[in-house]
Design a protein around this ligand. Structure first.
Ligand code: SAH
Length: 350
């Protein structure tokens, strides 16, 4: 951190306009600076060539522009790219760029580590160190946008908040990042191309609906039997499935957007017929679709991937029940970039 100087990216466009008008420099310059910062991704005041030298020097005296960078990235044999993202204070998170079917999806992180404690997730082992700022989330997007053009010759098409962290536990910064990503004054991406995934924080699902969310919502369900879910996901101890379901119906009533139910099938755990039946019963009680995610090994003997036959049994039963089902095969496994494997392996070592 640069001592005495203020992080200019913590200021809204209105605050920037106030800053300039209070100095008699014209409020419009605030909007210009905002555009340099968020639309053009400027890293220095020097680059802001539409401002006079005197104004640039003045800004440089009062502010600094902390930015995330990519000290290294790994390329998977399937095209997936995993980025180590170094934050201005040296902490590391990860983002993953996934090319598939003409689209490029970016999976972003919103916290360093995670406090949710899901037994099957590598990020949970890091605990939570701190929340990311909106700018740090946004930087992951800008950096990935450049990579997408470089490697796949197309801009990013989708963003999923499925990296490290629980978006609802860093709500204001995640919402500000989404505002920037979707704002015409910054990236201008449609909110329909953004998915926020939550562990199942019912109170915050209602809050997002009340706040007029226009993005998609995904919920990590993984088990539709209350007592069983509570053994692998601590959130279920405070938010029972009925309460989760009510919040999802509330979400739908406000947004008219179907919820995605994320579900991993584990051998010997949720691979029985009663588990499928419970999932079907749950999915029937809220407008939703099911996303079956392949388990990615994190080296815990309690969890192992269910067989192909069990996955087939799930798909057949769900489809017979009229529930839209998508199977998401893992990407980037060879570089530990798949769901639940993000843990900043190399860097945040104790
Ligand atoms: N905190 C958010 C986003 C986390 S990760 C949430 O809980 O939804 C995105 C998805 O990956 C979640 O559905 C999560 O449950 C799943 N996941 C976690 N660990 C996994 C693993 N080892 N294999 C496959 N999916 C995993």
């Amino acid at each position: 951190m640069e001592s005495g100087k203020k992080d200019i990216r913590s200021m809204s466009e209105a605050q920037l306009r106030d800053f300039f008008s209070s100095r008699g420099l014209g409020a419009y310059r605030g909007s210009q600076v905002h555009q340099w910062l968020w639309q053009k991704g400027a890293s220095t005041f020097e680059e802001m060539t539409s401002l006079s030298r005197a104004v640039r020097d003045e800004l440089d005296k009062e502010f600094f522009i902390p930015k995330a960078r990519i000290p290294h990235c790994q390329h998977s044999s399937d095209g997936t790219i995993k980025n180590a993202i170094e934050l201005p204070d040296g902490l590391i998170v990860e983002s993953v760029l996934i090319p598939a079917d003409g689209r490029t999806t970016l999976c972003v992180s919103c916290q360093v580590g995670c406090a949710m404690g899901c037994a099957f997730c590598a990020t949970a082992r890091l605990k939570r160190t701190r929340d990311l700022t909106a700018a740090e989330i946004y930087d992951q997007v800008l950096l990935a946008e450049a990579q997408s053009i470089e490697y796949f010759s197309r801009p990013l098409s989708n963003i999923v908040f499925m990296g490290m962290g629980e978006p609802t536990m860093n709500y204001s910064q995640v919402m500000r990042a989404i505002e920037l990503i979707t704002s015409d004054a910054a990236l201008g991406m449609s909110p329909r191309r953004i998915t926020v995934s939550t562990v199942g924080n019912a109170r915050m699902i209602r809050r997002m609906a009340d706040d007029g969310a226009r993005f998609h919502l995904a919920v990590s369900l993984h088990w539709a039997i209350q007592e069983k879910r509570a053994t692998i996901m601590p959130i279920a101890q405070s938010v029972p499935l009925d309460e989760l379901l009510d919040s999802l119906n509330y979400w739908y009533s406000k947004t008219k957007s179907r919820v995605t139910l994320e579900y991993v099938i584990w051998k010997g755990l949720n691979d029985g017929i009663e588990d499928v039946k419970a999932l079907i019963a749950f999915a029937r009680r809220v407008p939703s679709k099911v996303n079956l995610i392949e388990y990615n090994d994190i080296g815990d003997e309690r969890f192992s991937t269910a067989s192909r036959e069990v996955t087939r049994m799930y798909i057949d039963a769900l489809e017979a029940a009229g529930i839209t089902t998508v199977v998401r095969y893992s990407k980037g496994r060879d570089i530990d970039a798949a769901c639940g494997q993000l843990a900043g392996k190399r860097e945040n070592k104790e």
